[in-house]
Design a binder for this molecule. Structure first.
Ligand code: PFF
Length: 450
């Protein structure tokens, strides 16, 4: 695609909905609450907030700026900004990272569809926590059912990306995101008003800083990268569709804020309900799929709440997978000059293949392990603990040290027409704090291994 013809998101709301749609996903509703529950509640929350503010916001702003300056896919954007061609490999790594994320993420997306189905057909009622736990294990380790749901999900996902940037991505995000917020707020109010729900809030907001260990910090940082869709080119690709009139500084702040707000609201929704029903808060990935159906079972009107909750999860997942598919589709179709539609279909097929591998690794292929992890966990940990932070260091070094400061300011200020409020803070964070913080967490982790 030539630079002049590049499509743009049509409105300010469209940009916000699409970028927040990418950020807000399973990471907020499925992953954040269990990471928080396992890593000590409030202490994790504080470290997470620091990561979002000091690493997340400057990186998101850098990615938007990089994409809008480069007017191309993630690798092409690096190339069009610098003569040092090797930087583009950072973009290629991002595309690989998006592919791996889609591998395990689409499996969980399939689970969400199964649980919408179970909720609608009243499949949870009358089941004990043990029944629900066994049902989840039996379902997730099954060889066909989760795969069929995953394929259905990928089909919907692909058809939205096929419809294009404005008519597919932007329009679906504008429709789905308000609905998402509405469902969450209703659920949140219901949860905190349950008798006994206050215990959950106390767990969330009782400070116990002795819980902060290097591994908690790594988890919080990995979670921030994952939740904000950073370090792998997603926001670079979306940035390339943002119009030259948009205020990038404000958009990045809004998206970071909305994503963080959403994660906190999810935690405030889940923990009071969990405590009100007397359930252990430190469950792992199964928190949402085993614990919550137990909670809904015991709650007045639980049938309806369960449907709403799993719908929420599915919608949030969809707006994120759209962005992941877009990163890969834009890269391949622009670099290889393949037709966009054909590319989206072929990439979806490749993702389906990876998804099958991840899904089977929860069951019959469970014995194949690398570093002690099955494929599902390997893809998850490798992307959010290694690839995304590495991409984050690379992007902050590129934008903070390699790109000329004047050029950066001109892009951020829309050629001098906007007054930049936080430019000094941004540049300082980007040059020093972001790369050093990521590096320190890394080194700490490696030292901890020995
Ligand atoms: N941010 C998404 C979530 O929190 O679920 C996950 C994600 C989407 C990661 C898009 C990376 C990405 F490019």
């Amino acid at each position: 695609m030539s630079q002049k013809q590049r499509v743009n998101f049509g409105s300010r709301l469209g940009v916000l909905a699409a970028a927040a749609g990418s950020a807000i996903g399973l990471g907020n509703i499925w992953r954040f609450p269990y990471e928080l529950g396992q890593n000590g509640g409030f202490a994790f929350l504080i470290v997470y907030l620091l990561c979002a503010l000091m690493i997340g916001w400057p990186l998101m702003l850098s990615e938007f700026t990089l994409g809008r300056m480069g007017q191309s896919n993630v690798a092409g954007s690096f190339r069009s900004i610098t003569h040092v061609k090797h930087w583009q490999w950072l973009g290629v790594m991002g595309v690989g990272c998006a592919l791996l994320i889609m591998g395990f993420y689409s499996v969980v997306c399939g689970w969400t569809l199964e649980y919408v189905y179970q909720a609608v057909t009243d499949g949870f009622s009358g089941k004990t926590p043990t029944d629900l736990s066994q049902a989840f294990t039996a379902f997730s380790s099954d060889t066909t059912r989760p795969i069929l749901w995953m394929l259905l999900f990928l089909l919907v996902n692909c058809s939205i990306v096929l419809a294009g940037v404005q008519k597919g991505i932007e329009r679906s995000a504008k429709m789905l995101m308000p609905f998402l917020f509405l469902i969450l707020i209703v659920l949140c109010v219901r949860s905190v008003t349950l008798p006994g729900g206050m215990e959950g809030l106390k767990f969330l907001f009782a400070p116990d800083f002795s819980k902060i260990t290097p591994s908690v910090v790594l988890s919080a940082m990995g979670q921030a990268f994952f939740s904000l869709s950073l370090g792998m080119g997603c926001m670079v690709t979306y940035g390339s569709y943002i119009s030259k009139q948009a205020n990038l500084e404000r958009t990045a702040l809004e998206v970071t804020g909305l994503d963080t707000l959403m994660a906190i609201l999810c935690a405030i929704t889940i923990f009071p309900a969990v405590f009100a029903m007397g359930i252990d808060p430190s469950q792992g990935p199964e928190l949402v799929f085993i614990t919550l159906p137990t909670v809904f079972n015991q709650m007045p009107g639980g049938y309806l709440w369960a449907i709403l909750f799993f719908l929420l999860l599915t919608i949030a997942a969809l707006t994120s997978t759209i962005s992941l598919l877009e990163v890969i589709t834009a890269y391949i179709s622009e670099e290889l000059r393949w037709p966009r539609k054909l590319t989206a279909i072929l990439v979806s097929l490749l993702i389906a293949l990876l998804g099958v591998v991840c899904s089977l690794s929860m069951g019959v292929w469970g014995e194949y392990r690398i570093f002690g992890l099955n494929f599902f966990d390997l893809f998850d940990k490798f992307t959010s603990y290694i690839l995304m932070p590495l991409g984050g260091i690379g992007i902050s070094l590129f934008m903070g040290w390699h790109v000329d400061r004047k050029r950066l300011e001109l892009e951020l200020s829309n050629e001098g027409t906007l007054k930049l409020k936080y430019i000094k803070v941004y540049v300082f964070l980007l040059k020093y704090v972001t790369p050093l913080a990521i590096l320190l967490v890394f080194i700490n982790q490696i030292v901890g291994l020995f």
